[in-house]
Design a protein around this ligand. Sequence first.
Ligand code: HEC
Length: 195
Amino acid sequence: MAKFWMGFVAGFLLAPLLVACYLVFGMAPAATSAPPMPLERLLAGTALNSRISRETSKRQPSDFSVTDLIDGATVYSKNCSACHGEDRQSASSIGKAMYPEAPQLLTPEGATGRPVEVIYWEVENGIRLTGMPSFQSLLSDQEKWDVSAMLSRASELPPDVQMAFDREPDSAASCADQPLKKAAKSRSPVRLTAQ
Ligand code: HEC
């Protein structure tokens, strides 16, 4: 019995002590390029999934018209592509430099097939301790549903929606460069504010 209690106390004291040493002595990864901590992926993923399934109302991809999906494509190009990639081939270099990396959502491994309401939840709330912002007050409710519906079928978009992507020159990434390019041409002062 004494052995049991010694083990019990040692377990209670030793485990937190080891975790504290791991953190205090700089053994935990801090750079975005460092590999994940033990159990980090499992803990973060489980917490997120449980929370989402508790909080969202279900929506079917078929609830959304082609016009909704085209609007979703426009929202994506303006607000998401800088981190999540502009097309199926090239990856966003900003997204790749984050920890965790921003997944490339238009690629086949992206968001295709994920429930619309799960994507909506992530857009609405952002994802804590990652670079994924909350768009709660940045986009209207309809815009958030449209971009979520578009992403949930990104690999099998109707041709009209695909064309909207090809036509959209105004993506967030190229938008950021534009004032500089214009200024370089005209030699006028740089204006970085929205016009
Ligand atoms: C500043 C960079 C940034 C912007 C802008 C951004 N995201 Fe993210 N997003 C991230 C990062 C980083 C993650 C990865 C989080 C993680 O691993 O849990 C992420 C994760 C996600 C996920 C979860 C993907 C998965 O496989 O788990 C979805 C869905 C998503 N973002 C949608 C969007 C949408 C839609 C927009 C635009 C309205 C957007 N994001 C804008 C950085 C960004």
